[in-house]
Design a binder for this molecule. Structure first.
Ligand code: F6R
Length: 488
């Protein structure tokens, strides 16, 4: 559409979708005799995808709003009206609301909100609602905890991130900044969950793009590489908050050696954003729950996307991901709840993964420790026989996370546990032989080897969530932890 606008002589300043929406309306404004309603109706026919936006003309005292797919709700106050994509932001101002539906244009004046059909411009009658619920419930979108809400946002935010990456000029700058003279290894640096995304990213880059990436914990990066990196080196610092002190210390160490600093972050305007030569956003919206969930998924999506770009592979192959994520939540939740009920009685657990699923095992174990207070260790499955196997006894649960292609080997690792009386819990796509060898099976949808680890993350998150709730713990606020760690 931007090319069309330029051909028509409009001034196009940026590349973001918001500006595109403005021009989409603007080009119909004069043609329709300066009638905003008519211009928006014409623009609606041109715009594709999901959006919600508010627009006005400088000579008009009214605001016009329209949505497709995305949320939009208007508030009616005493002598004012307001509109937002987010109900909780309205509730402190007024409890009188009007929900806007697809195909409706809302026109806001200080004394009221009018609704009009986008199809024929006719007025629509809608009674205002009075929202009586607590703000907290609205904030949680009807879910009992932010964690569950944020898990259920994963399909949407993954789709939004892919859309953003496909259209962002910063991806090219980011890829350019990754160029090193002799394709030397690149460092991926983070803490906690973000570090696990770095580990997964390193697998992706090796297996898809044949580029060596070394994933390191931020303090480890300082200790292990802080004296040897130089101006030719590049490191990608990954942090949801962009404020984790350990990560910022590592950035400082990299800067002191003259190396390039790339950032991957969720909070725009964070210290990491300012400290980076180039950064890419995770585009997840706020993550309120202390355990990171949707930001991990998008960190993984971002690394996968970049690996595809580096390999010159068609990123269109990633398009099914949002739908696969949504289906994964649907088909694994009930079993996750059952498995959580069994695990609830154990305080010392193991998550096993192999290769690309090793980071998911580490992440599954971290999430479980964090919000259930049970101890859980993530292990490279082939390592289990080298020591931890001695933990297995009658009924002892071990979780196995498997990507397509690794099932035959994982069955060997499963049998080491089951022959000693252990209970094997598999998370994998359907595989009859694996199914025949385990006690519980959380089945994810079929997907390629690289999309699968991202899907496999979701049942692991659900298991920890349900186990946390079964233990009477608030998963959003586990004891002793905070969302942003600004201390060494
Ligand atoms: C675990 C979790 C933490 C964070 C870690 C890094 O669920 O949230 O392990 O991943 O504290 O935080 P960021 O990504 O903000 O640097």
């Amino acid at each position: 559409m931007r090319e069309l606008f330029l051909r028509e002589g409009l001034t196009v300043r940026g590349t973001n979708d918001g500006e595109t929406c403005v021009h989409a309306v603007e080009r119909h404004f004069d043609r329709n005799g300066g009638d905003m309603l008519a211009a928006i109706r014409a623009a609606y026919a041109d715009l594709e995808g999901d959006y919600a936006f508010v627009i006005t003309h400088h000579d008009d005292h009214r605001l016009f709003a329209i949505k497709k797919g995305s949320g939009l709700v208007a508030g009616l106050g005493g002598g004012f009206t307001c509109i937002s994509s987010d109900l909780p932001s309205i509730l402190p101002l007024t409890r009188r609301i009007v929900r806007i539906r697809d195909g409706e244009i809302a026109v806001l004046a200080p004394d009221g909100v009018g609704l009009y059909s986008v199809h024929d411009g006719s007025p629509i009658q809608r009674e205002e609602e009075h929202y009586d619920g607590p703000i907290e419930v609205a904030e949680k979108g009807g879910y009992p905890h932010f964690m569950l809400k944020e898990i259920h946002e994963e399909p949407t935010v993954a789709g939004e991130l892919l859309h953003l990456l496909n259209n962002s000029k910063y991806v090219d700058s980011f890829l350019k900044a990754l160029d090193t003279p002799d394709s030397r290894p690149v460092y991926f640096v983070g803490c906690g969950t973000s570090y696990h995304a770095c580990l997964l990213g390193a697998y992706y880059w090796n297996q898809i793009a044949r580029r060596t990436a070394i994933a390191l914990l931020a303090p480890q990066f300082i200790e292990q590489c802080g004296q040897s990196v130089g101006p030719e080196d590049v490191a990608v610092f990954v942090s949801q908050s962009g404020e984790t002190k350990d990560v910022l210390n590592a950035v400082k160490a990299m800067r002191e050696r003259g190396g390039r600093v790339l950032g991957v972050l969720n909070v725009l305007g964070s210290t990491l954003a300012h400290a980076s030569d180039v950064y890419l956003p995770l585009a997840c919206g706020y993550e309120i729950s202390v355990p990171a969930t949707k930001t991990f998924v998008n960190q993984a999506v971002l690394f996968l996307y970049l690996a595809y770009r580096l390999a010159g592979r068609d990123t269109g192959e990633l398009a099914p991901l949002p739908d696969l994520l949504a289906r994964t939540l649907d088909v694994t939740d009930a079993t996750a709840r059952d498995v959580a009920a069994y695990l609830h009685h154990w305080d010392d657990l193991y998550y096993l993964g192999y290769g690309v699923t090793h980071p998911i095992a580490l992440e599954g174990a971290l999430k479980l420790k964090e919000i259930t207070y049970a101890h859980c260790e993530g292990i490279f499955s082939s390592e289990f026989k080298h020591g931890p196997l001695s933990a297995v006894r009658q009924g002892y649960p071990v979780l196995f996370i498997t990507a397509p292609g690794d099932e035959a080997m994982m069955i060997n690792h499963v049998n080491e546990v089951t022959t000693r009386g252990g209970r094997a819990i598999a998370i994998a796509a359907e595989h009859p032989a694996l199914r025949a060898n385990v006690h519980d099976y959380l089945v994810i949808p079929e997907a390629n080897r690289f999309l699968s680890p991202i899907l496999l993350t979701l049942p692991a998150q659900l298991i920890s969530y349900h186990m946390s709730v079964a233990r009477g713990i608030d998963p959003d606020h586990p004891r002793n932890l905070s969302k942003t760690l600004t201390v060494d």
